[in-house]
Design a protein around this ligand. Sequence first.
Ligand SMILES: [Zn+2]
Length: 165
Amino acid sequence: MRPWDDKVFWLGDEAGGFSVRDIKVKIAANAYIEPEFVFDWNHLVPMKVSFVGWWVVLDRLPTLVALAKKNIPVCSNLCPICGEFEESVEHIFISCGLAQSLWCVISQWCKMPEFFLFNFWDLLEVHKDSRLSSSKANILQVVYLIATWCLCKKRNDLVQSRVPI
Ligand SMILES: [Zn+2]
């Protein structure tokens, strides 16, 4: 073979032959990627309540840390509720003292064993892990979604009441 005798090979086929069918098969095989987490919508809560959970799943909740990463000026990225740690999604809904107290009170109120949350996804799946009937699990999800929305609303009220420096 002379150096100027270039040849085109299709690497998708072992024989090197190209076909549209091969491309179609390869695209179909890779077209569907299982999402890591799918938000479980609940028709019993208003959309504005569900949107908080959905925004978190999409990583779109404008926490102070997220805003600072996007070079949007913020007075402080500390949690407006406790003022001790940076305000991230995990902090607002999982590790902040108010959130931990809220989940503890809710688990007692619902007569459920206390559970440990490591991230927001754990919170969104509490109702799935419980040994409740589907209707009770649905109501439990409503309670957690509304509590999540209340936490977010409290956080928003505090952030918006800050006086910019
Ligand atoms: Zn906090």
